[in-house]
Design a protein around this ligand. Structure first.
Ligand code: GLU
Length: 474
């Protein structure tokens, strides 16, 4: 069997969106599963709409997703000589011809066909005129007017097209630039691509491309057309269904592995399994299990899968993912070991890295700013005694271990007769500024003795400054 060669050929006219990312992913996974090769090619022949900024962003997004390529990135704009050479081959072999029909004539043919309820088609007027190259001449492919072209699709099964539905379509414009079909086919031939997985919006392009392969006497690749990704209301995915670019998900604090896992499941399955790591996908991905119905993009599912991936990752592996989010919040990221400890207290409570960074900010604060409601409710006279006792007990500890911290709390409970809950909330506000946080023992351990002592002292001062009117009862 030949080595499998797949490709991802985005047009850099926008950022990489989730539908395109899924196409890239399927091609990448299949190449990796089959120990083949994966090629990246930027289809930037539309000079007006293509932008370098978009090519760069697409490349960045693929890097971020961890999809690497064995060849490329190729740029179609750098391959015009090759396309010219191949167009000439078709002219020389009698498979293509120059056409000088004026736009007015083409418009007349078109409107006549429409008026008669026929599909508008070029009538082949220049096919046998043996015209040479002139400044107004386009090049058209000779398309057989009878017979069928059968697409043997790896996902959809056989699809038959009547050649009579097609016309001699243009492969080269009068300015010498190739059309999309020509460029794609020449690229896929010269790059050795033999497996093409793409969205089923390309099904109708395929017979034209297959006819080009035939005209070049080249083997037709294996096609697999994947149903599109739709929004929850089953309409074409658009902005109103939520963020669509890969960059947006990166910025919202999604893990690349979670996005990959989610996207792959939007059109492929392996039993009922929902959670996959990348290596497992490479092992299990085949074309056979690509689904036949559209994938429905559901941001809530993606969010919960992201939480599962955050939980499933080793805290040490999350450090590099979390760091940019902390830096954005001006938190000075400490060494790997203390970051790991911080993450251990947050990884089961965070749905995104944004959440996690928000939740981690109190660890980095120099002077905490208390949430006003939390301070009013918990930093009051009645909290003074337990806070002071805890401060004493913690201050007296030599090594600041979890067991020691728990003992310190026990002593406070015994002395004051208060339950842990009553003590923990004021301590939580003292240490984090808020009423919701990871477990209090974990926090103390991560903060360490000096910071913990400092924050308890500060809370006591705060009570002294703000709560000088004795409270009655609570
Ligand atoms: N550049 C085309 C697109 O972005 C892809 C062409 C193909 O997959 O053959 O839709």
């Amino acid at each position: 069997m030949d080595e499998i060669i797949t490709r991802f050929p985005p047009s850099p006219t926008g950022y990489l969106h989730v539908g395109g990312a899924r196409t890239a992913l399927f091609n990448w996974l299949y190449a990796r599963h089959m120990k083949g090769r994966f090629i990246l090619r930027l289809e930037d022949t539309d000079m007006k709409r293509s932008k370098k900024e978009y090519s760069d962003a697409i490349i960045d997004s693929l890097h971020w997703m961890g999809l690497d390529w064995d060849e490329g990135p190729y740029f179609q704009s750098e391959r015009f000589d090759l396309y010219k050479e191949y167009i000439q081959k078709l002219i020389d072999s009698g498979n293509a011809y120059y056409c000088t029909c004026s736009p007015e004539r083409l418009e007349t043919i078109r409107s006549e066909a429409m008026a008669e309820g026929r599909k508008p088609k070029y009538d082949g007027a220049c096919r046998n005129r043996d015209l040479g190259k002139t400044s107004n001449a386009v090049v058209r492919l000779v398309v057989p007017q009878a017979g069928t072209t059968t697409l043997k699709d790896a996902v959809k099964g056989n699809i038959e097209f009547q050649n009579s539905e097609l016309d001699d379509f243009i492969i080269c414009r009068s300015d010498g630039t190739p059309t999309y079909h020509l460029a794609v086919v020449v690229d896929d031939i010269t790059m050795g691509v033999n497996t093409i997985i793409r969205g089923d919006d390309h099904v109708n392009n395929t017979p034209k491309q297959m006819l080009l392969y035939r005209a070049f006497k080249n083997k037709i690749p294996l096609y697999g057309h994947v149903p599109m990704v739709l929004g929850r209301d089953r309409t074409r995915l658009s902005k109103r269904h939520g963020a669509l670019s890969v960059t947006a998900y990166k910025e919202m604090g999604y893990l690349p592995d979670a996005l990959i896992n989610y996207l792959v499941r939007l059109g492929w399955s392996h039993g009922d399994q929902e959670f996959f790591l990348k290596d497992e996908l490479i092992e299990k991905f085949t074309l056979k299990n690509i689904g036949h119905s559209p994938g429905i993009f559901d941001t809530n599912k993606l969010l919960s899968l992201n939480a599962d991936h955050i939980k499933g990752k080793k805290p040490g592996d999350l450090v590099k993912h979390l760091t940019p989010f902390l830096e954005k919040r001006r938190c000075k990221v400490n060494d790997q070991a203390s970051m790991e400890k911080i993450i251990e207290t947050l990884n089961t409570r965070s749905k995104t890295l944004e959440d996690m960074a928000d939740g981690a900010m109190f660890y980095f604060a120099g002077d905490l700013v208390y949430d006003a409601k939390a301070a009013k409710k918990f930093l009051k006279r009645s909290s003074m005694e337990p806070l002071k006792l805890l401060l004493e007990n913690l201050g007296a500890m030599d090594s600041f271990t979890k067991e020691g911290i728990e003992d310190a709390f026990k002593k406070v409970m015994e002395t004051t007769g208060l339950k842990l809950g009553k003590i923990a909330q004021p301590v939580r506000v003292a240490l984090t500024g808020k009423t919701a946080s990871p477990g209090i023992f974990e926090i103390l351990e991560v903060l360490g003795k000096d910071k913990s002592v400092y924050r308890l002292e500060k809370a006591i001062n705060h009570i002294n400054e703000t709560a000088d009117i004795p409270e009655n009862g609570n």
